[in-house]
Design a protein around this ligand. Structure first.
Ligand code: NCD
Length: 311
């Protein structure tokens, strides 16, 4: 399989998603070697074009591209000509004139990555476009679930929290349904948009949602995107929707606990729960590098076979 752009999980086939998950495995195996690099992107240039603050996702893409031996440029929006009025497309075209091959873009506007893909020759990876999608985060979540549970089809997956503002939630919902999971959304009504035509369960009671859950993906309360008051108070949110020790009594012993980060400890997730044996939050970060390497590999058009990476 060759990937052209990676703009959204919506519209991807089961086979495409599964291929990316499978392709990530040999890249993860590299991490235990003393030399963690393979020359898949040698001579190619990857540009990280981030118009929103990010530490985790940007460094993950940077490391992934460097482990594939690409030249990597980090373009920080605040110091660019954008503050002088240049448009995103102009900026990207300027960058492309420096012969970039792949542009990884994060932007606050939904559809920004898609717009860019129509206006430049480089391949585009959407690293988060406003409240729309964050495909590589969802792919690393799927990889982590598959690694820990052996499968995704038939699992009960709960997505908890600020679903309204979450691109991670949207990408997860589309992908999990495509992969055959049972998806339950749990949030206060003010943070739960309608997903017309999608086969998701809605549960306002976290204790009930936890009963049969195999996996729970806890989302950050995105205070920076909240224009009006969605919640009476964070303390009240924590007592009703926070995944805290007292709620864990209602969960299965082997519940897998995930969070895309950054976490608001003791708001959406309890301190002990975040650090518990059920939590795979740090492993998600490690897996993110492998999954992004797989995506870059599938985009690179390289002749290098996966077998050579495995051996
Ligand atoms: C997420 C994002 O930026 O969409 N974080 C991430 O990619 N590490 C989730 C969030 O900001 O809460």
């Amino acid at each position: 399989m060759k990937l052209n752009h990676l703009l959204a999980i919506e519209g991807m086939t089961k086979q495409e998603i599964e291929t990316i998950i499978e392709t990530s495995k040999p890249f993860k195996n590299l991490f235990t070697r003393s030399v963690k690099k393979v020359p898949v992107l040698r001579g190619k240039t990857v540009v990280n074009l981030f118009f929103e603050p990010s530490t985790r996702t940007r460094t993950s893409f940077e490391l992934a591209a460097k482990r594939l031996e690409a030249d990597v440029i980090n373009f920080v929006a605040a110091t660019s000509s954008l503050s002088k009025g240049e448009t995103v497309v102009d900026t990207a075209q300027t960058i492309e004139s420096m012969s970039s091959d792949i542009i990884v873009m994060r932007h606050s506007q939904p559809g920004a990555a898609s717009l860019l893909s129509k206006n430049v020759k480089s391949k585009i990876i959407n690293a988060g476009d406003g409240m729309h999608e964050h495909p590589t985060q969802a792919l690393l979540d799927f990889f982590t679930i598959k690694e820990k549970k052996g499968k995704i089809e038939g699992l009960n997956v709960v997505i908890l929290g600020d679903i309204l503002h979450s691109r991670v939630a949207r990408s997860n919902i589309y992908g999990l349904l495509t992969l055959g999971a049972n998806v339950t959304l749990c949030a206060p009504p003010t943070l739960l948009p309608k997903f017309e035509g999608l086969n998701v369960n809605i549960e306002y009671d976290l204790k009930k949602a936890l009963k049969d859950a195999d996996v729970i993906n806890v989302l950050r309360i995105q205070k920076e995107r909240m224009e009006s008051s969605y919640l009476p108070s964070l303390r009240e949110y924590n007592s009703i929707f926070g995944l805290t020790d007292d709620k864990m009594k209602y969960a299965k012993k082997d519940l897998l606990i995930m969070h895309p980060g950054p976490m608001n400890r003791d708001t959406e997730i309890g301190h002990n729960v975040a650090d518990s044996a059920n939590s795979v939050i740090n492993e998600q970060v490690t897996n993110g590098i492998a999954v992004r390497m797989a995506v870059l590999y599938l985009m690179s058009g390289t002749e290098m076979k996966l077998e050579t990476i495995k051996s």
